[in-house]
Write a protein that binds this ligand. Structure first.
Ligand code: DGT
Ligand code: CA
Ligand code: CA
Ligand code: ZN
Length: 583
């Protein structure tokens, strides 16, 4: 269904980028960006709408609607093709170099025919830019440095890498005398799946000592900019960190501003303007009198704009403003709602810790139940057999209830099955029936046709003994793309068969991802937020899974491992007729 929405969104986004490279009309670029987001998140398939219907989508005017219908009629959009022809892909790549804006990139192309990062480096080395206006020796040096950074830092880092560093930095700065408050903002606070740079915010009357302490942190390798309002550094891992110090009285305004996203902030600023107010990182001001209205807390700022406080994980301009204005923001699932983990491993297969170690650590997290789900035999390097997993079951039954408070943590004995190329799994139904929980995942044959892959996962859902589809798209961030499947067909199959989709909390997976969660939920799918822990520290990855679930707008009710055990057990029966069949 929403495939065509994604296609159109990508096309409009590309058009916005192209417009901004020509440097002509920044406003127009922003209009297209906004329309791209609105169409990407729209509930109906845009290929079925006429220009009138399309204009019902927020941010889509007549001209954009006509481009969309043109796209479905002819397979292309003339205006986009025209800009594409003028600006090669390599030039778009140039704009990714820090310090090189769209204007300069275009000048390099038009005046020197330079159309890639490598050609640019080559031209500078061969002194071909000599005398070119706007490209003095200093600028050329900056460009070379920028290219180096671009190549070395490989763009964005995983959520846990940034989170660990941010926890460390905020911990250190909180101990500096004069630090009133300290936290991280930006994409990290919004729990995006990857992080460009870390934005740390401090409230203090005197910025000097904090800026000083910041630049002296042991892992800082380069100070990029040093000032009293903002200091930027680069750390050993290549990750950049911005520190901003604001007066305690501006805390709320600054936190709201630097949390972003940029798209969300554009909307909040618009709301302010409509009420004769101006919103900035310093506060919310009355335009006429210039007087400050509020600035101390985020709650006050949102309230004055007519909104409830919006959780950072929703601040992407994906409908949260509209929902807030209507008073219909979801009550998001939080980490303390979790009662258990339904996908974990031990050293019986590829885990690092023993069953006892994992169970003890899980009990320490306060869980009411905990599932052990080692790999089935079809993942052949794991050497699993029926005998070995039955022996594990006995040890699980012995340990059941020995750890944890009160009545003790209940253990579920499970397995992670492999979804084979034709959708079959490792063991037959009569053997699977005796497991408390079965996760089934794709671990091989990633390159089958879209149709075959879709059919394969749908068949796994139709298996009455499969409760959860593990890491549904199999992506690994920065290493392996998601499998090409018809997600809507899979979502429909999950809803129909009562199969949950996993939100795998491992920071390199975060699979299902946020936008697909939103879509799956519309189909009526339930979710399991699982650590897929292969070691004791992995159990704590749940925070990233919950962040992703929140970004997918999920509530406690949507997530089966927040449910009390009786309700969960009912779900795990999956429409099977009691235990008669299990013998
Ligand atoms: P990242 O670092 O790429 O993962 O993403 P963010 O969202 O952390 O972006 P960043 O670090 O450039 O800026 C942090 C926040 O500060 C951003 O979410 C919104 C706000 N901000 C920064 N620059 C601008 C700007 O030029 N305009 C607006 N409206 N907001 C900005
Ligand atoms: Ca950032
Ligand atoms: Ca930043
Ligand atoms: Zn696993």
């Amino acid at each position: 269904m929403a495939r065509s929405n994604d296609e159109v969104a990508a096309l409009l986004r590309e058009y916005a980028d192209l417009i901004s490279i020509t440097g002509k009309d920044a406003f127009k670029a922003r209009v297209y960006e906004k329309a791209a987001r609105a169409i990407g998140g729209y509930h109906a398939d845009v290929s079925t709408l006429d220009t009138k219907g399309l204009q019902q989508i927020p941010g889509v005017g007549k001209s954009i609607a006509e481009k969309v219908t043109e796209y479905f009629r002819t397979g292309g959009v003339a205006a986009v093709d025209e800009l594409r022809a003028r600006i090669p892909a390599g030039v778009r790549q140039l704009t990714a170099i820090p310090t090189l804006g769209p204007k300069k990139a275009l000048a390099l192309y038009e005046e020197q025919g330079i159309a890639s990062v490598d050609e640019l480096v080559e031209a500078i080395r061969a002194e071909k830019l000599h005398g070119l206006k706007g490209f003095g020796p200093r600028t050329q040096e900056n460009i070379l440095h920028g290219v180096e950074l671009l190549k070395s830092s490989g763009d964005r880092v995983l959520l846990d890498v940034a989170m660990d560093l941010a926890d460390d930095i905020t911990g250190a700065l909180s101990r500096v005398t004069g630090c009133d408050r300290c936290t991280y903002a930006g994409s990290l606070r919004r729990m995006r799946e990857t992080i460009g740079d870390i934005d740390v915010l401090v409230a203090a009357a005197e910025p000097g000592p904090l800026m000083q302490a910041f630049t002296e942190l042991p892992y800082v390798t380069e100070v990029i900019a040093h000032g009293m309002a903002k200091t930027s550094v680069r750390t050993a891992k290549g990750l950049a960190v911005d520190l901003r110090v604001v007066p305690p009285d501006s805390w709320g305004a600054a936190l709201q501003y630097f949390t972003g996203s940029k798209a969300h902030n554009i909307r909040t600023r618009e709301l302010a303007v409509h009420q004769g107010l101006k919103l900035s990182e310093y506060g919310l001001f009355d335009v006429e009198s210039g007087e400050k209205v509020v600035s101390a807390t985020e709650e006050e700022i949102y309230a004055r704009l007519g909104l409830p406080w919006i959780p950072p994980t929703l601040r992407e301009d994906r409908g949260e403003i509209e929902a807030g204005l209507r008073g219909e923001l979801p009550e998001l699932v939080v980490e303390s709602d979790l009662r258990g983990d339904l996908h974990t491993h031990t050293d019986l297969t590829d885990g690092l810790a023993s069953l006892e170690e994992m169970v003890r650590a899980a009990a320490g997290r306060g869980y009411a139940y905990y599932a052990v789900t080692d790999h089935g035999p079809d993942l052949s390097m794991q050497r699993m057999t029926k005998e070995r997993i039955l022996a594990q079951r006995e040890r699980v039954r012995e340990l059941d209830g020995t750890y944890g408070q009160g009545r003790g943590m209940q253990l579920l004995h499970g397995v992670e099955l492999n979804i084979g190329p034709d959708g079959g799994v490792d063991w037959p139904g009569e053997f699977l029936a005796a497991f408390d929980v079965c996760v089934a995942s794709v671990h091989s044959h990633f390159n089958q046709s879209r149709q075959a892959l879709t059919r394969r996962i749908v068949r796994a859902c139709e298996n009455p003994y499969v409760h959860v589809i593990g890491h549904p798209t199999t992506r690994i961030l920065g290493r392996r793309p998601p499998v090409d499947v018809d997600l809507d067909e899979i979502f429909a199959a999950c809803a129909r068969t009562g199969t949950a989709l996993e939100i795998n909390a491992h920071p390199a997976r975060l699979d299902l991802r946020d936008e697909d969660i939103v879509r799956a939920r519309r189909h009526g799918v339930r979710f399991a937020v699982d650590s897929d822990a292969h070691s004791v520290p992995d159990l704590a990855n749940m925070r990233y899974g919950i962040g992703t679930a929140q970004r997918g707008w999920l509530t406690e009710d949507d997530v089966i491992n927040t449910w009390p055990q009786t309700r969960l057990r009912r779900f795990l029966r999956k429409g099977r007729k009691t235990t008669a069949a299990t013998g």
